[in-house]
Each structure stands twice: as C-alpha cells, then as structure tokens.
Write a protein that binds this ligand. Structure first.
Ligand code: SF4
Length: 355
C-alpha cells in the first residue's frame, strides 16, 4: 500500500469514461455496511477535539472511538451503522458536515475508489457496491475509454491503493515479464474489447491472452504482438460465453474461500442475490471496470491470473446479475491476496485452446 503521502498526489490520474463523472452523493452505503472503519491517529485527535467541544455528537450511546490493543483505532458502530451516520438532507456524515471531507478517515475518503499506481501515474476504478457508482453503469452512454483528465479525479486529490511504482512490470507468465508499454496497451485494448463485444468478451480475451503467452523478449516488439493478439481476438470465431455450472461453481468456491469467517454470512447473502438480467452494455462496462486498474495483473503470476480475475467478475455477475454484490464480494469482503493465490492456479494451463 502507498505509505508516502507524496505518492498520493500523482502526476496523472486515469479512469474509465463511465466513472469520469463520479461524485459522492452521500448514499451512505459505506457507512451502513457494518464494516470496521479505521481512523488514523491524526484524524482521531481532530475528531476528539470536535467531540470535546460539543461540535459533533454521535447517533448512539456506543463509544465513538475504540482502540484495539495492537490493532487499529476504529469508529464506533451501532446496528451495523457508523455512529456518525444519520439521514440529514445535507449528507449523512456528521463529521463531514461539521469539519469537511478532509476530516474523514482515509477509508471514507477513498471509498469507492480502487487505485493502482505505476510509473505512468494512478489508475482508478470504482466499486459498484456504491449505489452512485452503480448508477453510472446504466446512465452513461458511448464506448468505454480510458480518460486522463476527468474533472472528478484531479491530480491534487489523494489516491491510496496498490503502489507498483517501484515494481517491475506485470508478469506475462511466471517465467517472463511484460514491458510497461506493452502492459498498458493490453489494458487499453482489453477495455475496448470487453465493452464492444460483451457477449463473447471472455473467450476473446482468453484468445488474446493465449496468443501473448508465446511472446519472448528479444523476438518481435511486444506492442506489435499485443496489437496482433487483440486484432486476432476481435475477429476470432469464438462462441458467446456460456460458462457451465462447474466453472461458475469454481468461481463461487474461490470467492467464498477468500472471505474471512466473520464476513461469510454477508458473502453468502450477496452470492444468493438473483437480480433481473442486465443489458449487454452494462455487462461490458462491469467487465471493463475489472479489466482496468486490476490488482491481480500487478500481484498475480501472469496474464492468465489477470484473465481469471476478470472471468471471476463475469461469473459472479452471471450468477447474481448484480454488479454491486459482485464488487461487495470481490472488492470488499474477500481477502485480495487469497483470491489472487487461487486465481494464479490458472497459470498452469491455457485459459482457452489456442486458435
Ligand atoms: S465517518 Fe462519516 S463517511 Fe465515514 S463511515 Fe462514518 S458516517 Fe460514513
């Protein structure tokens, strides 16, 4: 994770066009999900002062702040809600109303952003567990692109997430690194592909991944090979994606296994959701949001792991038809390292037979 505050203000911020207009509408999802909300010591001191002066009160008798021995400092919760959350028309956070956005704990300031920083700058995708982010999937029209000057994501904001700035480029497979330019082109072309052809996005992405698997440094320039792989994937005669029950069950099992015991019941409720079928365009946008700024690409064992993580999102979406529940499980309840360990098993064999 990013520790140096200087790194939180990047030179460039990239987001998907579907998320470019995001702004917190105080839906309160992050305040009412019974999550522990850690608060940093500096913010705690500020909050203590505001409480001591009577400027902020809590909504319950529960302690406003709890110190866990050798652990984090947490805001109080009552009936699953943060004790600073209410239903005020001007926004449901008492801390924010009195002291502004800067006074919030880091976790609250970042939700629903999921960021990864690499030598190019920071890439931010959003969790659709936030109802405001979820609504963008329906409201936005036009092709999904990667944009780098979105007004809602200025470079002077802080973006905390996975820090890959000092890291080598992502792995193509366990014995071969990609090059940064090649990886960034893969990410951009994959966003285009899954958005343009949502029905067959996953088999086409698998074709591109397997074509790339054969690249060796010192042979053809990686960018040329990437372009060819995605050209081939776009015209490949693959069938629409129809995962069988066993494949879906494996993804559900992987997700369940990565969720810590205390969150199992929440994960089961999320995975039991059966919403009405989604329009193709929404499915493509959801997949694009998992292709982009994807931690598995940076911390997994290769492109097959990255593919598997996108397939996991597609599979849970096929089961639930609910992007919010998919992101609740994959982005919030599951332990990301445990998920990536399970997805990395994909490196052992092709994710699709090579054309
Ligand atoms: S501090 Fe404010 S934004 Fe954060 S969980 Fe509590 S009510 Fe919500």
């Amino acid at each position: 994770m990013i520790a140096d505050p200087a790194l939180r203000r990047p030179a460039a911020v990239r987001v998907l066009s579907i998320h470019a207009g995001y702004g917190c509408q105080h839906a309160g999802r992050c305040c009412t999900s019974n999550w522990p909300i850690p608060i940093e010591p500096s913010q705690e001191a500020r909050l203590d002062a505001l409480i001591a002066h009577g400027r902020i009160t809590t909504t319950s008798e529960t302690a406003a702040i709890t110190h866990i021995p050798d652990g984090p400092i947490l805001l109080g919760r009552d009936h699953g809600q943060c004790v600073f959350h209410d239903t005020h028309a001007a926004g449901g956070c008492r801390i924010q109303r009195v002291a502004g956005h800067e006074a919030l704990p880091l976790a609250c300031r970042q939700f629903p952003r999921q960021s990864v920083t690499d030598p190019r700058g920071v890439s931010v995708t959003l969790s659709h567990y936030c109802p405001t982010a979820r609504a963008l999937l329906d409201a936005v029209t036009g092709p999904v692109t990667i944009v780098d000057r979105a007004l809602a994501f200025p470079t002077h904001e802080e973006y905390v997430g996975l820090d890959a700035t000092a890291q080598l480029p992502p792995l193509l497979h366990p014995r071969c690194l990609l090059e940064w330019d090649g990886w960034w082109l893969i990410e951009a072309l994959a966003v285009q592909l899954v958005d343009a052809l949502p029905h067959s996005a996953l088999p086409r992405l698998a074709v591109a991944v397997e074509h790339l698997h054969g690249w060796r440094p010192g042979t053809a320039p990686l960018r040329d090979v990437v372009q060819r792989a995605f050209d081939l994937a776009a015209v490949s005669g693959v069938p629409d994606w129809e995962p069988d029950g066993a494949s879906l069950a494996t993804h559900v099992t992987d997700a369940r296994a990565a969720v810590p015991p205390e969150w199992q019941a929440d994960a089961e409720r999320a995975l039991a959701t059966r919403a009405p079928a989604l329009p193709d365009a929404v499915i493509g946008r959801c997949l694009a949001a998992h292709v982009f700024a994807n931690w598995a690409a940076y911390t997994g064992h290769g492109l097959r792991t990255w593919y598997r993580s996108v397939e996991a999102a597609g599979s849970l979406l096929r089961v639930t038809n609910d992007p919010g529940m998919v992101d609740l499980v994959l982005r919030h309840l599951a332990d990301s390292s445990a998920l990536i360990t399970r997805w990395s098993r994909a490196e052992r064999s092709p994710v699709i037979r090579r054309p």
